[in-house]
Design a protein around this ligand. Sequence first.
Ligand SMILES: NC(=O)c1ccc[n+]([C@@H]2O[C@H](COP(=O)([O-])OP(=O)(O)OC[C@H]3O[C@@H](n4cnc5c(N)ncnc54)[C@H](OP(=O)(O)O)[C@@H]3O)[C@@H](O)[C@H]2O)c1
Length: 226
Amino acid sequence: VRIAVLGTGIVARTVGAALVRLGEEVTLGTRDVEATLARTDTDVMGNVPLARWREENPAVRLDTYRRATADADLVVNATAGSSSLAALHAAGAENLAGKVLLDLANPLDHSADGPPTLFVKDTDSLAEQIQRAFPDTRVVKSLNTMSAHLMVAPGALADGGTSVFTSGDDPSAKQVVTELLHRLGWRDVIDLGDLSTARGTEMLLPVWVRLWQALGTGHFNFAVAR
Ligand SMILES: NC(=O)c1ccc[n+]([C@@H]2O[C@H](COP(=O)([O-])OP(=O)(O)OC[C@H]3O[C@@H](n4cnc5c(N)ncnc54)[C@H](OP(=O)(O)O)[C@@H]3O)[C@@H](O)[C@H]2O)c1
């Protein structure tokens, strides 16, 4: 399967490399390939520039949002939430039409001091904004409620048995994503229902951020006991 993972940050890299390990063909999408490869800074979280990361991950390709998406069978949105609509418009509605879009972005607003706030919530969600902008695309929200390294290694937590959620209007698209989640090692996949249920998982982020601050690590996840 050819998968376009839109984004070049830690999430896109982690998910992209994991999908290559599963035997898929992966292309990361970025605004400007040359500009992205010319970056030399390690970011505040300690992530090395993409060019250096690619030396260790040569199987992961890099292209523009548009070219990465054009021949993809499945698309993953791993861009900053505030830029996701711009990134997807750059990819092109015609290239996204009919395709499953796994959206794991969060609508975080980092513009003020203190913990990020949500720029959409309660009565709408980023996932629904994306679905409205691209009505022919089959949007499924998932994997947005844990750190990148746990998205692809759910068994890495000592407690194990943690949960991941899915939201989406198209049952067959949700099935595609659920199978992918199983291949990544997820066992407790909770189908919350239609895409409006992504309001709930996106609104978990303020809780996630406080837990991260309190625990001093992102190495934790939500587990639904029942
Ligand atoms: N970090 C985590 O552990 C984690 C966990 C769960 C969910 N998430 C969500 O996953 C997403 C990715 O997170 P991240 O930390 O890997 O990276 P990020 O820093 O949030 O996003 C980086 C990506 O956003 C793109 N971007 C930024 N501004 C843009 C613009 N104006 N137009 C188009 N694209 C733009 C960048 O494009 P270029 O490549 O062109 O620079 C880059 O590919 C976010 O929505 C985040 O909330 C993150």
